[in-house]
Ligand binder design. Structure first.
Ligand SMILES: Cc1cc2nc3c(=O)[nH]c(=O)nc-3n(C[C@H](O)[C@H](O)[C@H](O)COP(=O)(O)OP(=O)(O)OC[C@H]3O[C@@H](n4cnc5c(N)ncnc54)[C@H](O)[C@@H]3O)c2cc1C
Length: 322
């Protein structure tokens, strides 16, 4: 087992790569392990990322990895971390295949599992003509016949939001729309139509969408569909380490709880990006990874100074936890 790492970063998405860049520039010996499944990889482009708007995700992640190559303290490996535990000397992680690595700090940046409704035809269109975030994909489908698959209060909220991108918005409630009078009036006033017919599936060539298909055999033209998702930890590592998890509203089922310095409830374990429940965007993940890494560097340097003071038998007041 290699005992030499100052930080192990789990995941090389936007959060993990951004953190590794900061750690590398601060010359901290850093191991990044990545399973290569960034959640937006299926999309044509990254919407709304300054300097990279519309850039294909694969090209963006490749550029991030390339930048890291300039920093000798960082090693990037493909693989999956399947286990993690804390002991008195730090954190030990286990890779698929059995290899174990030890570090003083771990940054969890594994992203989240975006669970979508079960509906025939969603999978092949996910991140393209079917999406969960209009800020990411709305511009590309502007002025088309847009749909929202949802009902009740969240259906109203999403349908009104989608009007930013088109005058032609339909709420597909897949059964009773469950609206009160005020909600129904809001939708009428915004020009949103409601179709309550049970939905059987989606029609369109390849990843394109042309129509919603109903159980009664009918169809309605639709070029893009906004669907609700719930986000769940995609890796068991936070739980194995004993980090506190909590739901963050109806969207995020079990975010890793972090303080303002991105520290989890377990000493030496930080978390950033989707996994810690930030608003889900590449820009936010980059910012969180960067901040979390800066805090890790602060913490490491404090640790070293405290150990040196202890070794010289000059106890010091403990620095604030970083
Ligand atoms: C379909 C879709 C489209 C999107 N489009 C946009 C968009 O256009 N614009 C935008 O700003 N945001 C978009 N988002 C949101 C954005 O992609 C996420 O907010 C962002 O990717 C989160 O970054 P992250 O680093 O936290 O996680 P991720 O990007 O998901 O990266 C996590 C990485 O960690 C790896 N990993 C997980 N577990 C382990 C493990 N145990 N061991 C090793 N590696 C592991 C994963 O394989 C992955 O490579 C989209 C999301 C989805 C689902």
């Amino acid at each position: 087992m290699d005992t030499n790492w100052e930080c192990i970063v789990v995941g090389a998405g936007a959060a993990g790569l951004s953190a590794a860049l900061v750690l590398g520039r601060a010359r901290r010996r850093t191991l990044v392990i990545d399973a290569g499944e960034q959640s937006n990889r299926v999309a044509h482009g990254i919407g709304g990322l300054l300097g990279h708007d519309g850039r294909p995700p694969d090209a963006f992640y490749a550029a991030g990895r390339e930048e890291l190559a300039a920093y000798p303290a960082v090693e990037l490996r493909s693989g999956e971390i399947v286990g993690a535990e804390r002991d008195d000397d730090g954190i030990v992680v286990e890779l698929a295949g059995g290899r174990r690595e030890r570090a003083r700090r771990v940054l969890l940046a594994p992203g989240m599992d975006y669970r979508r409704p079960e509906l025939p035809g969603i999978e092949q269109r996910w991140g393209r003509s079917v999406f969960h975030c209009p800020f990411c994909h709305g511009w590309e489908v502007r002025d088309g016949a847009l749909g929202v698959l949802d009902r009740g209060e969240s259906g109203v909220r999403r349908a009104l939001l989608l009007r930013a991108w088109s005058d032609d918005v339909t709420l597909y409630s897949n059964g009773p729309a469950e609206l009160d009078e005020d909600e129904a009036e809001l939708l009428r006033a915004a020009g949103v139509e409601i179709d309550e017919r049970p939905v059987a599936g989606l029609r369109g060539p390849g990843d394109a969408l042309t129509a919603i298909v109903f159980e009664d055999g009918g169809e309605r033209a639709c070029a893009a569909l906004l669907v609700p998702v719930t986000l769940h930890q995609r890796s068991p590592l936070a739980e194995q380490l004993g980090a506190e998890l909590a739901s963050k509203g109806p969207l995020v089922a079990d975010a890793i709880q972090v303080d303002e310095g991105f520290h989890s409830s377990v000493a030496g374990v930080s978390a950033a990006g989707d996994a810690s429940g930030q608003m889900q965007s590449v820009a936010n993940a980059i910012a969180a990874g960067s901040n979390a890494a800066a805090m890790i560097v602060h913490g490491l340097m404090n640790d070293y100074a405290e150990s040196a003071a202890r070794a010289a038998s000059r106890p010091v007041r403990t620095a604030p936890s970083m």
